[in-house]
Design a protein around this ligand. Structure first.
Ligand SMILES: O=C[C@H](O)COP(=O)(O)O
Length: 251
C-alpha cells in the first residue's frame, strides 16, 4: 500500500504524518502489508531521518526521478541522490507527469532504467483517459504503456517492478473504477507480462490499483485476484484514513 502525497505536506507536516502512521501501525504485526509513502522531494531527508532513527518499518520513495545521473538539468533530482537518501521506491510515469510534463513511454522507460541502475524499485504508472475508455480501448492503451515502459528491461529486474494501474478519469475525481473493470485491466497487464517474460515473472510482479481508493472501497478492490495493492493519492493525506486502507482486511 503506497501513499502518493503529490504536492502536499511540507517537511514538518511530513514528520508529524509519518509519526502518526508509525504509531497507528505499531500495535500489530502489519509487516504482511508493505507500507510506503511517496512524499515530495523536499520531505525525503526528514522522512529518512525519522525512519532510520526510530527503525520504522515504513518504506519511502520519490514521486519522480531524472533519467540522467548528473549534469545541467535544472530542477531535476537524480537516481544517485535518491539512493543516497535510501529511497526504496520511485513513482515513474504518473499520469500527472505524462499530462503536465509531456512524459512519453520513451521517457518513462529511460526513468525505469535509471531507477534500476541506482537500486530503486520503480512504481510504473499506466492507465487510460476517459475518452480512451469510452472508445473501448482501455486495455490496448494500457498494455501499450506497459510494453513501452518495460522496453529492454531484463526479467530479473522486471520481476521486482510494481505496476500501478490508474485510470486517469478515476484519479482525484471520487469516481472509482468498478472492481471488476479494474480487475479486467490488471489481468490483461499480467497476461502481457507473461507474454513479455514468463508466467513465473508475471506472477511475481505486484500490480496496484490507483484512483479514488478509500477505506470504504479498498477491500472490494483488494479482493480481486490480479490486484496486489493500492496507490493512494488524496486519502493517503489523512493518516487515520490511510491506516484504515492499510488494514483493509480488518474491516
Ligand atoms: O497516485 C495516486 C493516484 O493518482 C490516485 O489519486 P487519488 O487517490 O487521489 O485518486
Amino acid at each position: 500500500m503506497a501513499g502518493n502525497w503529490k504536492m502536499n505536506l511540507n517537511h514538518l507536516e511530513a514528520i508529524a504524518h509519518v509519526q502518526k502512521l508509525a504509531f497507528a501501525l505499531a500495535d500489530k504485526d502489519y509487516q504482511a502489508v508493505e507500507v510506503a509513502v511517496l512524499p515530495p522531494f523536499t520531505d525525503l531527508r526528514s522522512v529518512q531521518t525519522l525512519v532510520d532513527g526510530d527503525k520504522l518499518q515504513i518504506k519511502y520513495g520519490a514521486q519522480d526521478i531524472s533519467a540522467h545521473d548528473s549534469g545541467a538539468y535544472t530542477g531535476e533530482i537524480s537516481g544517485p541522490m535518491l539512493a543516497k537518501l535510501k529511497c526504496a521506491y520511485v513513482a515513474i510515469g504518473h499520469s500527472e507527469r505524462r499530462q503536465y510534463h509531456a512524459e512519453t513511454d520513451e521517457v518513462v522507460n529511460a526513468k525505469v532504467q535509471a531507477a534500476y541502475k541506482h537500486g530503486l524499485t520503480p512504481i510504473m504508472c499506466v492507465g487510460e483517459e476517459l475518452e480512451v475508455r469510452e472508445a473501448g480501448n482501455a486495455v490496448a492503451h494500457t498494455l501499450s504503456q506497459v510494453e513501452g515502459g518495460l522496453k529492454g528491461l531484463p526479467a530479473e529486474q522486471a520481476e521486482t517492478i510494481v505496476i500501478a494501474y490508474e485510470p486517469v478519469w478515476a484519479i482525484g475525481t471520487g469516481k472509482v473504477c468498478g472492481a471488476d473493470d479494474a480487475q479486467e485491466v490488471c489481468a490483461a497487464i499480467r497476461g502481457k507480462l507473461a507474454d513479455l517474460y514468463s508466467q513465473d515473472v508475471a506472477d511475481k510482479i505486484r500490480i496496484q490499483y490507483g484512483g479514488s481508493v478509500k477505506s470504504g472501497n479498498v477491500a472490494e478492490i483488494m479482493g480481486k485476484p490480479d490486484i496486489d495493492g493500492a496507490l493512494v493519492g488524496g486519502a493517503s493525506l489523512d493518516a487515520d484514513e490511510f491506516v484504515k486502507i492499510v488494514r483493509f482486511d480488518e474491516q
